[in-house]
Design a protein around this ligand. Structure first.
Ligand code: NAD
Length: 499
């Protein structure tokens, strides 16, 4: 029997006003139907906003340490349910179980970090320039926050946004990717079981063009946080700019790993396999460009060809699977389009470049790990985000050239340098134009207590994670208390030499 899921609006699991649903299927085997999820419309968003306004009135008055206690219980519940959620996530998203366990763990880490932040949430107390005057700043909640999330980290990304937003005292409306609605359902269940007042969280399933759009355009949702493609982010940015909304955008990447001639090549090989083909290349931080020093280029490429060709494709829930499917047919079509472009541009196809032949993989959106060599910095495969298991290799002659190639794309999320030269490692930290640089580790692997995000067309200056995200979800207020008993005028009466 097919399970039909519901939205969570106004404290209840309810059917969408549209009466419409979409099917959620396992991308490793599309015969496996996970369930039917609401295809909601603007009326559902309207109901969610009305309820969230009530939620905001309740929750913003709860002291921050008590809000943190709820998030600690959420962390405990996610820990208890980790294996169950990871299995459900692999079933709907395709990445292998070790990765989905990591995805849930990121949510757990984020919950505990948020819980501890409840007892800090610092403002500043600073000296006033005038006598007998107190000056301080503190943080206030903002209101109803709209969250729009992508498919590739179904737990980590919603929690990166939701937990800090809640800790700061806001009410939240989550519009998850229509490709991973089940994980969002399990997350909201954990929040409710942990004792979050039900009006504080709303879950509205559906498409970006209907639910996402209605959320962004709603005048009573002053804060929007979006993670997804740069193209979608541009559309959202226009609306939010026009409506003067606070907006956080986390978007695409074209991340490079640079391997110098003195690098530990065994380490670099493990790193590039994990960075390029983990999550089937569907990570914003995926290693999609490999820059090889000319002295080790041929040697390293031969080893990489051999190792990539042996990666085991399959259902991510089965032991031994190293690479799962792509998320859906359009994603695989896009990969195939880019493989065609690579051939047209005259790049050398090193391995992959086709669907796997095994009949066992026939019902899933699988594609063989693919490597193109001989690219130039201007090649489309070296500039555009493909979001699949396609790695483009470029040759360079010196560190400065590698930096120029790394920096010469419109994106700026993540980069990696493999070297034993400490001086180069420190130069890389300064000169690589990205939000994150790894030394002797691949381009992926964020930790919850550090800020995450990118420069240029990857973002708009905000960060997820770490302390920085709390700035985004709170309003800073300043309060001055003058206890001198006389009128003191700032910038005028402060010319005080102590006399
Ligand atoms: P996407 O842009 O297609 O969709 C993301 C979300 O936006 C989905 O929930 C979708 O329904 C919604 N949406 C689509 N059109 C909309 C509209 N007009 N108005 C409002 N909402 C709309 O992205 P995706 O395919 O789910 O994810 C892949 C992309 O996400 C890649 O580009 C990847 O680099 C990026 N990503 C970035 C980060 C980061 O932190 N920088 C992290 C993960 C993924």
């Amino acid at each position: 029997m097919t399970t039909t899921f519901r939205n969570f609006i106004a404290g209840r699991w309810i059917r969408p006003s549209t009466g419409a649903y979409h099917e959620n299927r396992n991308p490793a085997n599309i015969r496996d139907l996970i369930g039917r999820f609401p295809d909601s419309g603007p009326e559902d968003v309207e109901a969610a906003v009305r309820s969230a306004e009530t939620g905001f009135r309740i929750w913003s008055r709860v002291p921050a340490p008590a809000r943190g206690d709820v998030l600690r219980r959420v962390g405990d519940l996610l820990s208890e349910r980790k294996e169950m959620i990871a299995r459900a996530m692999t079933r709907e998203m395709g990445k292998v179980l070790t990765e989905t366990r990591g995805d849930v763990q990121e949510g757990i880490d984020t919950a505990y970090y948020a819980a501890s932040e409840g007892r800090r949430l610092f403002g500043h107390t600073v000296p006033s320039e005038l006598r007998s005057k107190w000056a301080m700043s503190f943080r206030r909640p903002i209101g109803v926050v709209g969250l729009i999330t992508p498919f590739n980290f179904p737990m980590a990304i919603p929690t990166w946004k939701m937990f800090p937003a809640l800790l700061c005292g806001n009410a939240v409306i989550l519009k998850p990717s229509e490709d991973v609605p089940h994980t969002a359902h399990l997350l909201v269940e954990a929040l409710l079981d942990a004792g979050l007042p039900p009006e504080v969280i709303q879950l509205v399933h559906g498409s970006g063009s209907k639910v996402g759009k209605a959320l962004i355009e709603h005048p009573a949702v002053p804060v929007i946080s979006f993670t997804g493609s740069t193209a979608t982010g541009a559309v959202i940015g226009e609306t939010c700019g026009r409506m003067h909304k606070r907006l956080s955008l986390e978007m695409g990447g074209k991340n490079a790993m640079i391997v110098m001639d003195d690098a530990d090549l065994d380490l670099a090989l493990d790193g590039v396999l994990w960075g390029a083909f983990g999550t089937t290349g569907q990570r914003c931080t995926a290693t999609s460009r490999l820059l090889l020093h000319r002295k080790i280029h041929d040697r390293f490429l031969r080893r990489l060809e051999d190792a990539a060709g042996k990666l085991h494709l399959g259902d991510g829930r089965k032991d031994g699977t190293e690479v799962g499917p792509l998320i859906h047919e359009e994603a695989r079509d896009k990969v195939e389009r880019y493989v065609g472009i690579g051939r047209e541009e005259g790049l050398e196809l090193v391995t992959g470049g086709s669907r796997p032949r095994s009949p066992k993989l026939r019902n899933g959106w699988f594609y063989r790990p693919t490597i193109f060599a001989g690219a130039r910095p201007g090649s489309r495969l070296a500039r555009e985000e493909i979001f699949g298991p396609v790695l483009t290799v470029l040759r360079f002659s010196g560190f400065e050239e590698a930096v120029r190639i790394n920096n010469g794309v419109p994106y700026g999320l993540s980069s990696a340098l493999y070297t034993r030269d400490t001086n180069l490692a420190f130069r890389a930290m300064q000169e690589l134009d990205n939000g994150i640089t790894y030394v002797n580790a691949p381009t992926i692997g964020a930790e919850a207590h550090l800020p995450f995000g990118g420069v240029k067309q990857t973002g708009n200056g905000h960060r997820e994670g770490g302390w920085e995200v709390y700035e985004f979800y709170s309003e800073t207020k300043v309060c001055y208390v003058d206890y001198s008993g006389v009128l003191q005028r700032a910038q005028i009466d402060n010319v005080d030499n102590g006399g």
